[in-house]
Design a protein around this ligand. Structure first.
Ligand SMILES: CC(C)(COP(=O)(O)OP(=O)(O)OC[C@H]1O[C@@H](n2cnc3c(N)ncnc32)[C@H](O)[C@@H]1OP(=O)(O)O)[C@@H](O)C(=O)NCCC(=O)NCCS
Length: 161
């Protein structure tokens, strides 16, 4: 399936709607608190031309269903809209799942912060993209979007039941 180059919130909400197979959860009315269900979230800040991911997490019961990837795609698209040229982050050296996700999206290690995580003194790997507006990065991103879209065509609720 070809993904049109849609960006921002309309794109991610339509993808999430398709993943969950639910129209109601994403309409303009805010559901009652008891019905809200957070599958995952991502956050980043932008300083000058750099977007720095400060959090990206998926509910553990929903791992390996493409949600982390979807959040990362949306983050990169939103970062580009906000005129960032690179996306950076820190990740625990032991976090092989996250490192694999970031490598898939062409992040490479650009530094090491020794003892960065205070509770266990674990090192943080500093990772960065190349220029996210470059033709090569955008071509790779488009391929990944198309592959993700094809892989996660099945509504999520059908997988989890
Ligand atoms: C990292 C995390 C966000 C991945 O979310 P997810 O929804 O399970 O990931 P996806 O299903 O979208 O997988 C996308 C890619 O991530 C990588 N990946 C995810 N889980 C993995 C695992 N257990 N082992 C190896 N690679 C993994 C793979 O490259 C995968 O691509 P593939 O399906 O082609 O193999 C999730 O494990 C998580 O929330 N972890 C705890 C919080 C965290 O560590 N956040 C990162 C902080 S920097």
């Amino acid at each position: 399936m070809n993904i049109a180059p849609q960006k921002g919130l309309p794109w991610i909400t339509s993808k999430m709607r398709r993943l969950f197979g639910s129209e109601r959860a994403f309409n303009s009315e805010t559901p009652p608190l008891s019905r809200q269900y957070i599958a995952g979230f991502a956050g980043f800040w932008v300083m000058a031309d750099e977007a720095h991911i400060i959090s990206l997490a998926v509910r553990d019961t929903l791992y390996r269903r493409g949600i982390g990837e979807l959040l990362l795609i949306a983050t990169i698209d939103l970062a580009a809209q906000l005129k960032a040229y690179i996306v950076t982050l820190e990740v625990r050296a032991s976090n092989t799942a996250a490192i694999s996700l970031y490598r898939k999206y062409s992040f490479t290690q650009v530094g090491l912060r020794r003892g960065y995580y205070i509770e266990n003194k674990e090192d943080a790997i500093l990772m960065s993209t190349e220029d996210i507006t470059s033709a090569s990065f955008q071509a790779h991103l488009q391929q990944l979007k198309e592959s993700h879209s094809q892989k996660w065509e099945i509504p999520l609720y059908q997988i989890t039941r």
